[in-house]
Design a binder for this molecule. Structure first.
Ligand SMILES: [Zn+2]
Length: 342
C-alpha cells in the first residue's frame, strides 16, 4: 500500500570543499490516487532571499548583498557536476548550468540566465532565453547519455518569491526523471485516449479549433503556437504547443528559437499587464520516443501574486487541496491583450 522509491542526487558541493556529496530524495505515491510527492529534508535548509526583508522596494537590493548566482559568488558558492560528467558547469553565452544544491530529484540542476541580478519580465530577450535553454538541453543530453532511463526532461521556472523562487536572481530549474510527473502522465494518457476515441491528435485539434475561433489564439512563432487556456488552472494562463514534435529532444534541431521568440513576447505582454511573478514549465514526452501521432510537446505559464509586503496567495483550499482553480481573468480578454505583442 505504501509505495516509495529513493533517488540519489550527486553533486560536488561548495558546502563540502567541492567534494562529492549525495542526497537521498524519496518519491512517494499516494496510496489511493497514485499522485506523487517528493521529499528531501535538506531543502528546509536552503536560504530564502525574500526572508531577509519585509519591504518589497528593497527586496532586490537586499538580496543582492550575498547572492549565490551573481558572478563574484557563482564559482565559489554553487555546486559542480560530478567527475563522470564532461563539464563541471555548462556555459552557453551568459548562461550557466550547475547542479541544484537542494535537489528534489536525482537530476535537478539550475540554469542562471546571466549576471543580471534582477530582470523585469520584459527584459528577457530571445537570445538570453535561448542560450540558457540550449545549456538546459546540453545537460539533459549528458544525463541521458549516462543514464538512458532518464527520459523525462522539464525546464521549470519560478520567477520571484510569490512563485516559490527562493533566489531573486533569474534562473530556471531543470529536472530529469525516469518517470513522467503525475501531471505529465495524465496529459499523455488523456491524449492517448483522445486519439483512440477521435482518431486524431488532441493538440493539433486544439490548435486548429483555437485558430479558427480566434478568441483565445494569441499568435505563432514558427513551430510554436501560443494560446490562452479555455479552462485555466491559474491566472493569466498561456499555453505554447509545438507542432510536429512530442519531446524536447527535437527542440534543438527545430523550434527552440521559435519558442524563445514567442516566450520573450509573452513576457513583454505580462510586463505590460503588470505581472511581476510567474511559473512556467514544459510538458515533454519521453526523449527517446516519438509520440507525435497523439501527443505534442507543450509549455504552460501562469501568473502569481505580485511581490509586496503582504500579498494574498492565489493558492487557497480549492487549488491546494481540491486541485481546482479559481481564476480572476477571462482567457479571451487575456489573449486579446497578449496578441498585441505578436
Ligand atoms: Zn544575483
Amino acid at each position: 500500500m505504501f509505495e516509495k522509491t529513493v533517488q540519489e542526487a550527486r553533486l560536488l558541493s561548495p558546502l563540502n570543499d567541492f567534494k562529492l556529496v549525495t542526497q537521498p530524495i524519496e518519491i512517494r505515491k499516494d496510496p489511493l490516487t497514485g499522485r506523487r510527492c517528493r521529499i528531501n529534508l535538506e531543502r528546509a535548509k536552503r536560504p530564502k532571499q525574500a526572508a531577509k526583508t519585509t519591504d518589497m522596494e528593497n527586496i532586490v537590493e537586499a538580496s543582492l548583498a550575498k547572492c549565490f548566482f551573481c558572478a563574484e559568488n557563482l564559482e565559489k558558492m554553487t555546486p559542480m557536476f560530478p567527475e563522470d560528467f564532461p563539464e563541471r558547469r555548462i556555459k552557453v553565452g551568459t548562461a550557466c548550468i550547475f547542479p541544484n544544491l537542494f535537489p528534489f530529484g536525482g537530476f535537478h540542476a539550475v540554469g542562471v540566465f546571466s549576471n543580471d541580478h534582477h530582470l523585469d519580465p520584459n527584459q528577457f530577450s530571445p537570445k538570453l532565453l535561448e542560450d540558457c535553454f540550449k545549456g538546459c538541453l546540453r545537460y539533459f543530453e549528458q544525463v541521458h547519455e549516462r543514464y538512458p532511463e532518464i527520459k523525462y526532461w522539464h525546464i521549470n521556472w519560478n520567477y520571484m518569491p510569490p512563485a516559490a523562487a527562493s533566489i531573486i536572481h533569474p534562473h530556471v530549474q531543470l529536472t530529469a526523471d525516469p518517470d513522467p510527473t503525475s501531471r505529465l502522465q495524465e496529459f499523455i494518457r488523456s491524449s492517448r485516449s483522445y486519439f483512440d476515441r477521435e482518431g486524431s491528435n488532441y493538440w493539433s485539434d486544439l490548435v486548429e479549433a483555437e485558430r479558427n475561433k480566434k478568441e483565445r489564439f494569441i499568435g505563432e512563432t514558427g513551430s510554436a503556437v501560443w494560446i490562452t487556456s479555455f479552462a485555466p488552472e491559474g491566472n493569466s494562463e498561456v499555453v505554447a504547443v509545438f507542432t510536429g514534435i512530442s519531446a524536447m529532444t527535437n527542440l534543438k534541431k527545430r523550434g527552440l528559437g521559435d519558442f524563445c521568440g514567442g516566450l520573450s513576447r509573452i513576457l513583454k505582454g505580462y510586463y505590460v499587464l503588470g505581472v511581476q511573478s510567474f511559473n512556467m514549465t514544459t510538458f515533454s514526452g519521453p526523449c527517446d520516443e516519438d509520440l507525435s501521432e497523439y501527443y505534442l510537446l507543450n509549455a504552460k505559464l501562469v501568473s502569481r501574486p505580485n511581490p509586496k509586503r503582504f500579498y494574498t496567495s492565489d493558492d487557497g483550499f480549492m487549488e491546494k487541496l481540491h486541485h481546482e482553480s479559481v481564476v480572476e481573468t477571462m482567457p479571451e480578454t487575456l489573449a486579446e491583450k497578449l496578441r498585441e505583442h505578436f
